[in-house]
Each structure stands twice: as C-alpha cells, then as structure tokens.
Design a protein around this ligand. Structure first.
Ligand code: MRU
Length: 354
C-alpha cells in the first residue's frame, strides 16, 4: 500500500497533495480560502470524486471558521453562499454536492435550534471528519468485496485513477489490488494512460509502482489489443456519478472500454461508494458532463504543442457507461447485480435518508 494522503487536515490546516505535479514531485499545498479550494478542485490538484467531496467539506469549514458574525442565521446564509460557490468548481462528480449538502443539512438543524455560531463551526469540522472517515471505511469494504471477485495472478485493466489519491485511503477500484498484494495475489495491472490528463500514467502507475505491484502502462487505444491477447481478466473502474438506473459516469474513455470488454466476455466492474449514487438523476443522459479547456489536449503536458493552432478541440472529461455493460457494481454495502434500479436502492438504504 502506498503511504500517501491526498487530503489531510492537521493542526487546523487543510493540506492537499498537488496531483498535477505527480509523478515527478510530491508537493503539498495548504488551502486557506474558498477561492484556493475552488481553484485546487478546478485544476485537478485534488481530484477523484471522493477526494473532491472531502476537500470541499474541509474547505467549507476553513472558509467559515473565521467568520465574525455571532448570528446563527447570518452564519448559515453565508455558509450556503460559500457552499454554492465551492459546488460550482466541477459539475460531474456528485460527491462534491453530496458532501456540501450534508454540511448544510447539519447547519440548518443547528439553526432551527438557535444554536451558537461556535457550535456551528465545530459541527462543520466534525461532519468533514466523518465524511473522511466514512470514505476510508467504505474503500476498505469495497476492497474486500472486490477481492472476492478476483483470483491470484489475474490481469486487471484500470482507467484513470480510482486509487488512494482519489479517496481518503485505499481507493475504490484500486483497493482490492492493495488487499490482494498483502495476501500474495500477484496481480498484473494494466493502466490506460488516460488522455488527456494522464491520470492512469501519472497517478495509478505511480501508486502501483510505489506499492510494488506489477504495472504496465498502455495508451488508451491499446485496450482492445491487451484484451484480445487474453491478458485481461477483469476491467475495474471508479465512478463520478451513478444515475438511479445504474448508468455510471466516469473518466472519458470508460464507456468505450465497457463495450470492448463486453465483446470479449470480460467482466466489467464499477466501484461506486453509495455517496456516488445520485437517485435524483434517473439515467445517464441526465448527468452533466464537464467540458474542459482544449489546451489540455493541445499543449498542457508537452514541451511543444502537439496540435496546430487553429484546430478546434472537444474535451469532455467524462462519459457514461450504460448499465447494461456493467457486470456488477461494488459498493461498501456489497456487490450489486442487475436489476440495478432495484438493487442499488437496497444497497444504499442507509444513505437514502441523508
Ligand atoms: O477528472 P478526475 O481525475 O477527477 O476523474 C476521476 C475519475 O474519473 C475517477 O475514476 C472517479 O472520480 C472515481 S475516484 C474513486
């Protein structure tokens, strides 16, 4: 297991590992303002659905702790403004709005009881701590469930990064690989580099190599070839927002992998903590897909631009894997099989009251 923490809260400070600097440099940045948190999320210094939610939850606390008002109503109204602002940083990963809504729900309860502002500040910190701890526990549980689907020596194809860098600890779809390594499974991991921002090459491969797990990086367009060669026994990916019917948005390129995997009869597993399920979104067509700057394709990671000026770019950050291409959805409450519409609700019963 790689010993690194993407989002830390220590000595009353919100500190993130700047993931745009990996794999070359491990640099930590302290975020002290809501603008700083917004920017860090937007620029993917902190990224991955659960980690974004955790950073935003602490970000709201950091924003509000210095508020000077003693009026609980004014405090809650300012907190709502800050939450709306933080929520505007990225649209697709539902953990962002989920974490902020949870913070605001706790504040509204205190407001209705006319509690003090000091208590409200303390609650923001406690809820952020709970969100962080629950994510760690949930990743551990997904690791066990995921591992129960695998056998020693298997070849696993990953896309983007759903590892410890994307969560409180362990990762979602990467958690079984860490557990398997502890138990001598000797997995062979193949990671799509994941154009254009290379989360697979820069982040997943970095995690795997650091952890001593057998790692091969491939370009995204080589996925068919490694599956055709029989090197892949399972495709395991994370999720940014799952609709109520089981359609799952994840990093651009995931849906295509699901089609290729299906054509070879290779199981396609999506790892989805229940905090990533959005029951207010009926199907994948209703999920907002983030569009990012074309410069990420043209020049961001290159010494020289890799496409001419004057060309247009289309840079959607996510795509939606249709539920029918997903073999099983792994949550912290168990492995969910079709029919997903029905079974996801059962798996998320404890969260539906949030
Ligand atoms: O744009 P990113 O790097 O935030 O995208 C992340 C992903 O697509 C992950 O697979 C997803 O958030 C799940 S992380 C456990």
């Amino acid at each position: 297991m790689v010993e690194v923490t993407a989002v830390k809260f220590e000595d009353d400070k919100l500190v993130i590992l700047d993931q745009t600097k990996l794999p070359g440099r491990e640099e930590y940045v302290t975020l002290e303002t809501k603008e700083g948190v917004w920017d860090a999320i937007k620029k993917l210094m902190v990224r991955g659905a659960p980690a974004i939610g955790i950073a935003a939850a602490y970000g709201l606390y950091v924003t509000m702790r210095d508020s000077e008002t003693a009026d609980i109503h004014e405090f809650v109204s300012r907190a709502q403004e800050a939450a709306d602002y933080l929520n505007s940083s990225r649209p697709t990963a539902v953990n962002l709005s989920w974490a902020l809504k949870r913070q605001m729900k706790a504040l509204r309860e205190l407001e209705s009881q006319e509690k003090s502002v000091d208590e409200a500040k303390q609650t923001l910190l406690e809820v952020a701590d709970q969100i962080r701890q629950e994510d760690e526990d949930s990743c551990k549980a997904m690791g066990e469930y995921g591992l129960s689907l695998l056998k020693p020596g298997m070849g696993i194809l990953t896309h983007c990064n759903a590892g410890t860098l994307a969560t409180a600890k362990y990762g979602t779809s990467i958690a079984p690989l860490y557990l398997g390594q502890e138990r001598g499974y000797n997995f062979r991991v193949f990671s799509d580099e994941t154009r254009p921002l290379l989360q697979g090459a820069r982040l997943t491969a970095w995690e795997m190599v650091k952890a001593g797990i057998d790692e091969t990086v491939i370009c995204d367009n080589m996925a068919y070839t490694v599956m055709k060669k029989g090197w892949i026994d399972a495709v395991m990916v994370g999720c940014d927002r799952m609709a109520a019917n089981g359609d799952g948005a994840n990093k651009i390129g995931t849906a295509g992998l699901s089609v290729i995997a299906k054509s070879f009869g290779i199981p396609f597993y999506m790892f989805v903590p229940t905090s990533t399920i959005d029951f207010d979104t009926p199907t994948g067509d209703d999920i907002t897909i983030e569009l990012r700057d074309g410069e990420e394709i043209r020049s961001l990671w290159y010494a020289e631009p890799q496409a001419p000026e004057g060309a247009k770019f289309f840079n959607p950050a996510f795509d939606v894997t249709p539920a029918e291409n997903i073999t099983a959805i792994i949550t912290e409450n168990g492995i969910v099989r079709p029919p997903f519409s029905e079974n996801l609700r059962k798996a998320a019963e404890n969260r539906l009251e949030d």
